[in-house]
Design a protein around this ligand. Structure first.
Ligand code: ADP
Ligand code: MG
Length: 253
């Protein structure tokens, strides 16, 4: 089985979707076989890959209304299981299923075709985010590099710990990824000082970080990964550096 990674943060706008898309594209560039799964009814990942008006989506997959092979679509050389605005209705039904936290794991257990499966979570700790933690072997928490960004982080870590204890002993934190980090500015330095004094974050940050780069916003808006849209940008460099660190960490363990 490949590496199953949940990209999770219960706050919105922390860079989850941008990370799933561009980390996936970086891993694909490194010749890995990648599957992206959109678990957010806001469908940002799905829309950014132009997979609109899709019938077979992740909600149907989880409720066994659709076979996995029929839910898989292609974009930028990656396989993608899209979401749908209807997912909210499906979540209601999923909540009434026995073993509701295990539905995604059950589906992913049946496939062995991928080196990396990246799961894009909604901005909440509801059933779909828990499904992704139960299915994952690692999770990444993207976080905006700003003062107090870590407020709420303890809750994410505690929830993951409970999932690990009760449902998925394999689950581990891959790391916290700084997004929109500006290391050279006075503010960036202040944030770093603040962070290094915070026990919650110590030794958990990836060395790699993603700088502020408008190209990342533009790429998503134009429906492309940063490697297609602006391969020489800071964003492309940062996501590629991050992908290399992630792969190297796997090779170490
Ligand atoms: N490093 C970055 N530099 C500039 N803008 C970014 C960066 N990362 C993400 N963004 C933008 O920030 C917004 C929120 O990011 P997104 O990935 O959608 O967050 P989430 O999925 O956690 O809600 C989007 O408009 C995205 O284009
Ligand atoms: Mg998102």
């Amino acid at each position: 089985m490949g590496k199953l990674i949940s990209v999770i943060n219960n706050k919105g706008g922390t860079g989850k979707t941008t990370t799933v898309l561009n980390l996936g594209a970086a891993l694909k560039k490194m010749k890995y076989k990648v599957l992206l799964i959109d678990l957010d009814s806001q469908c940002n990942l799905t829309n950014s890959l132009h997979l609109t008006n899709i019938k077979n989506h992740v909600g149907e997959l989880l409720l066994e209304k659709c076979a996995m092979e029929n839910c898989i679509h292609q974009a930028e050389g990656m396989d993608v299981i899209p979401s749908s605005p209807n997912l909210l209705d499906f979540e209601y039904m999923i909540n009434n299923e026995p073993g509701r936290e295990f539905l995604l794991r059950e589906v992913l257990n049946k496939t062995n075709s991928y080196d990396f499966v990246l799961m894009d979570c909604p901005p909440s700790m509801g059933t779909l985010s828990i499904n992704s933690l139960v299915a994952a072997n690692q999770y990444i928490v993207p976080m905006q590099a700003e003062n107090f960004a870590f407020i709420g982080l303890d809750r994410i870590l505690q929830t993951a710990e409970k999932v690990q204890k009760r449902m998925n002993t394999e689950l581990a934190l891959a790391g916290i990824l700084f997004i929109k980090y500006q290391p050279r500015t006075k503010f960036g330095q202040a944030v770093l000082t603040n962070i290094t004094e915070n026990n919650l974050l110590k030794n958990k940050l990836f060395n790699a970080y993603i700088r502020q780069d408008i190209m990342l916003m533009e790429a998503t808006a134009f429906g492309q990964s940063i490697f297609e849209y602006a391969p020489k940008s800071r964003g492309a460099f940062d996501y590629f550096t991050f992908a290399k660190e992630l792969v190297a960490n796997y090779e170490k363990n």
